[in-house]
Design a protein around this ligand. Structure first.
Ligand SMILES: Cc1cc2nc3c(=O)[nH]c(=O)nc-3n(C[C@H](O)[C@H](O)[C@H](O)COP(=O)(O)O)c2cc1C
Length: 184
Protein backbone atom coordinates (compact mmCIF):
# COMPACT_ATOMS: atom_id res chain seq x y z
CA UNK A 1 0.00 0.00 0.00
CA UNK A 2 1.29 3.47 -0.90
CA UNK A 3 2.04 5.57 2.19
CA UNK A 4 4.02 8.45 0.66
CA UNK A 5 1.95 11.57 -0.11
CA UNK A 6 1.29 12.27 -3.77
CA UNK A 7 3.84 14.80 -5.04
CA UNK A 8 2.63 17.43 -7.48
CA UNK A 9 4.61 20.11 -9.31
CA UNK A 10 2.75 23.24 -10.39
CA UNK A 11 4.80 25.27 -12.83
CA UNK A 12 3.54 28.58 -14.17
CA UNK A 13 4.38 31.52 -16.42
CA UNK A 14 2.91 34.92 -15.61
CA UNK A 15 3.43 38.44 -16.87
CA UNK A 16 1.24 40.35 -14.42
CA UNK A 17 0.58 37.89 -11.61
CA UNK A 18 -2.92 36.53 -12.18
CA UNK A 19 -1.65 33.14 -13.41
CA UNK A 20 0.58 32.85 -10.33
CA UNK A 21 -2.46 33.52 -8.10
CA UNK A 22 -4.35 30.74 -9.88
CA UNK A 23 -1.38 28.35 -9.58
CA UNK A 24 -1.19 29.14 -5.84
CA UNK A 25 -4.92 28.56 -5.45
CA UNK A 26 -4.75 25.18 -7.22
CA UNK A 27 -1.75 24.31 -5.04
CA UNK A 28 -3.68 25.14 -1.87
CA UNK A 29 -6.65 23.05 -3.02
CA UNK A 30 -4.47 20.03 -3.78
CA UNK A 31 -2.58 20.41 -0.51
CA UNK A 32 -5.93 20.35 1.28
CA UNK A 33 -6.65 17.12 -0.56
CA UNK A 34 -3.51 15.55 0.92
CA UNK A 35 -0.88 16.16 -1.77
CA UNK A 36 2.60 17.61 -1.33
CA UNK A 37 2.79 20.50 -3.77
CA UNK A 38 5.83 22.33 -5.14
CA UNK A 39 5.08 25.59 -6.91
CA UNK A 40 7.52 27.42 -9.16
CA UNK A 41 7.82 29.45 -12.32
CA UNK A 42 9.30 27.82 -15.42
CA UNK A 43 12.66 29.46 -14.86
CA UNK A 44 12.99 27.63 -11.52
CA UNK A 45 11.18 24.41 -12.42
CA UNK A 46 12.14 21.38 -10.35
CA UNK A 47 13.42 18.06 -11.68
CA UNK A 48 10.26 16.46 -13.08
CA UNK A 49 10.92 12.81 -12.31
CA UNK A 50 10.28 13.38 -8.57
CA UNK A 51 6.57 14.02 -9.14
CA UNK A 52 3.44 11.91 -9.49
CA UNK A 53 1.60 14.70 -11.27
CA UNK A 54 2.64 17.87 -13.10
CA UNK A 55 0.45 20.92 -13.71
CA UNK A 56 1.63 23.46 -16.26
CA UNK A 57 -0.02 26.88 -16.54
CA UNK A 58 0.62 30.00 -18.57
CA UNK A 59 -0.87 33.39 -19.27
CA UNK A 60 -1.94 33.80 -22.90
CA UNK A 61 -0.29 36.57 -24.92
CA UNK A 62 -0.94 36.91 -28.63
CA UNK A 63 -2.81 33.60 -28.73
CA UNK A 64 0.16 31.66 -27.35
CA UNK A 65 1.70 30.59 -24.03
CA UNK A 66 4.39 32.89 -22.69
CA UNK A 67 7.87 32.13 -24.12
CA UNK A 68 9.21 30.58 -20.87
CA UNK A 69 6.37 28.04 -20.84
CA UNK A 70 6.73 27.20 -24.53
CA UNK A 71 10.50 26.76 -24.26
CA UNK A 72 10.20 24.52 -21.19
CA UNK A 73 7.51 22.34 -22.71
CA UNK A 74 9.48 21.90 -25.93
CA UNK A 75 12.70 21.07 -24.06
CA UNK A 76 11.04 18.57 -21.70
CA UNK A 77 8.43 17.17 -24.07
CA UNK A 78 9.65 13.56 -23.91
CA UNK A 79 9.55 13.47 -20.10
CA UNK A 80 6.25 15.34 -19.97
CA UNK A 81 4.72 12.90 -22.42
CA UNK A 82 5.59 10.01 -20.09
CA UNK A 83 4.16 11.83 -17.04
CA UNK A 84 0.68 12.56 -15.74
CA UNK A 85 0.25 16.14 -16.87
CA UNK A 86 -2.57 18.71 -16.65
CA UNK A 87 -2.41 22.09 -18.36
CA UNK A 88 -4.22 25.39 -17.97
CA UNK A 89 -4.06 28.80 -19.56
CA UNK A 90 -5.16 32.20 -18.32
CA UNK A 91 -6.59 34.60 -20.89
CA UNK A 92 -9.76 36.23 -22.09
CA UNK A 93 -11.47 33.37 -23.96
CA UNK A 94 -13.76 32.20 -21.13
CA UNK A 95 -14.85 35.81 -20.47
CA UNK A 96 -16.17 36.38 -24.00
CA UNK A 97 -19.94 36.42 -24.46
CA UNK A 98 -22.47 36.23 -27.30
CA UNK A 99 -22.49 33.77 -30.22
CA UNK A 100 -19.25 35.00 -31.84
CA UNK A 101 -17.44 35.60 -28.57
CA UNK A 102 -18.31 32.16 -27.25
CA UNK A 103 -17.18 30.54 -30.49
CA UNK A 104 -13.87 32.40 -30.43
CA UNK A 105 -13.49 31.75 -26.71
CA UNK A 106 -14.05 28.04 -27.14
CA UNK A 107 -11.45 27.75 -29.88
CA UNK A 108 -8.03 26.73 -28.59
CA UNK A 109 -5.43 28.96 -30.31
CA UNK A 110 -3.37 26.93 -32.80
CA UNK A 111 -0.02 27.34 -31.05
CA UNK A 112 -1.51 26.27 -27.70
CA UNK A 113 -3.25 23.30 -29.33
CA UNK A 114 0.10 22.25 -30.84
CA UNK A 115 1.81 22.45 -27.42
CA UNK A 116 -0.97 20.37 -25.86
CA UNK A 117 -0.53 17.79 -28.60
CA UNK A 118 3.19 17.64 -27.78
CA UNK A 119 2.50 16.76 -24.16
CA UNK A 120 -0.82 14.88 -24.31
CA UNK A 121 -2.10 16.16 -20.94
CA UNK A 122 -5.02 14.48 -19.20
CA UNK A 123 -6.82 17.79 -19.52
CA UNK A 124 -6.24 21.33 -20.75
CA UNK A 125 -8.42 24.07 -19.25
CA UNK A 126 -8.55 27.77 -20.19
CA UNK A 127 -9.41 30.11 -17.30
CA UNK A 128 -10.37 33.77 -17.48
CA UNK A 129 -7.70 36.11 -16.15
CA UNK A 130 -7.23 39.75 -15.37
CA UNK A 131 -7.60 42.43 -18.03
CA UNK A 132 -7.22 46.15 -17.32
CA UNK A 133 -8.50 48.75 -19.77
CA UNK A 134 -5.57 51.06 -19.02
CA UNK A 135 -2.66 50.45 -21.38
CA UNK A 136 -4.69 48.45 -23.92
CA UNK A 137 -4.73 49.88 -27.46
CA UNK A 138 -8.08 51.10 -28.86
CA UNK A 139 -7.84 48.39 -31.55
CA UNK A 140 -7.55 45.65 -28.92
CA UNK A 141 -10.35 47.24 -26.88
CA UNK A 142 -12.61 47.35 -29.95
CA UNK A 143 -11.97 43.68 -30.77
CA UNK A 144 -12.57 42.73 -27.15
CA UNK A 145 -15.88 44.63 -27.13
CA UNK A 146 -16.98 43.13 -30.48
CA UNK A 147 -16.29 39.63 -29.14
CA UNK A 148 -18.55 40.26 -26.18
CA UNK A 149 -15.95 41.24 -23.60
CA UNK A 150 -18.34 43.03 -21.28
CA UNK A 151 -16.03 44.20 -18.51
CA UNK A 152 -12.45 44.80 -17.44
CA UNK A 153 -10.61 44.01 -14.25
CA UNK A 154 -10.44 40.69 -12.44
CA UNK A 155 -12.37 38.17 -14.58
CA UNK A 156 -11.20 35.06 -12.73
CA UNK A 157 -13.83 32.46 -11.86
CA UNK A 158 -12.62 30.85 -8.65
CA UNK A 159 -15.46 28.36 -8.62
CA UNK A 160 -14.37 27.02 -12.03
CA UNK A 161 -10.76 26.86 -10.83
CA UNK A 162 -11.77 25.00 -7.65
CA UNK A 163 -13.89 22.55 -9.64
CA UNK A 164 -10.97 21.83 -11.95
CA UNK A 165 -8.60 21.37 -8.99
CA UNK A 166 -11.03 18.84 -7.54
CA UNK A 167 -11.14 16.99 -10.85
CA UNK A 168 -7.32 16.81 -10.90
CA UNK A 169 -7.32 15.64 -7.26
CA UNK A 170 -9.81 12.90 -8.08
CA UNK A 171 -7.80 11.81 -11.14
CA UNK A 172 -4.72 11.51 -8.92
CA UNK A 173 -6.67 9.49 -6.37
CA UNK A 174 -5.98 11.96 -3.56
CA UNK A 175 -7.41 10.76 -0.27
CA UNK A 176 -9.42 13.90 0.53
CA UNK A 177 -10.57 14.70 -3.01
CA UNK A 178 -14.20 13.78 -2.31
CA UNK A 179 -14.37 16.11 0.70
CA UNK A 180 -13.04 18.92 -1.48
CA UNK A 181 -15.80 18.16 -3.97
CA UNK A 182 -18.52 18.62 -1.36
CA UNK A 183 -17.21 22.09 -0.49
CA UNK A 184 -16.83 23.15 -4.15
C1 LIG B 1 0.21 42.06 -24.28
C2 LIG B 1 -0.97 41.18 -23.95
C3 LIG B 1 -1.43 40.30 -24.90
C4 LIG B 1 -2.54 39.47 -24.60
N1 LIG B 1 -2.96 38.58 -25.54
C5 LIG B 1 -4.00 37.76 -25.23
C6 LIG B 1 -4.46 36.79 -26.18
O1 LIG B 1 -3.97 36.68 -27.30
N2 LIG B 1 -5.48 35.99 -25.83
C7 LIG B 1 -6.09 36.06 -24.60
O2 LIG B 1 -7.02 35.31 -24.34
N3 LIG B 1 -5.68 36.96 -23.66
C8 LIG B 1 -4.65 37.81 -23.96
N4 LIG B 1 -4.22 38.73 -23.04
C9 LIG B 1 -4.89 38.78 -21.71
C10 LIG B 1 -4.06 38.07 -20.65
O3 LIG B 1 -3.85 36.75 -20.97
C11 LIG B 1 -4.76 38.15 -19.31
O4 LIG B 1 -4.74 39.48 -18.95
C12 LIG B 1 -4.10 37.27 -18.22
O5 LIG B 1 -4.84 37.38 -17.03
C13 LIG B 1 -2.67 37.63 -17.99
O6 LIG B 1 -2.12 36.74 -17.03
P1 LIG B 1 -0.96 37.21 -16.03
O7 LIG B 1 -1.58 38.23 -15.10
O8 LIG B 1 -0.56 35.96 -15.34
O9 LIG B 1 0.13 37.80 -16.85
C14 LIG B 1 -3.16 39.56 -23.32
C15 LIG B 1 -2.67 40.49 -22.38
C16 LIG B 1 -1.59 41.29 -22.68
C17 LIG B 1 -1.09 42.26 -21.65
Amino acid sequence: MKTEPTRIAIIYATAQGSTRDIAEFIGAELTECGATVELSDFEHAPELSRFDGIILGSAVHNRDFLPAATAFIRTHRAELRRSDVWMFSVGLGPALRGPIGRRVGNTVPKKIAALCETVSPWDYRPFAGHYERVGVSWQARTIYRLLGGARYGDLRNWHAIRTWSTMVAQSLGLANAKAANIHA
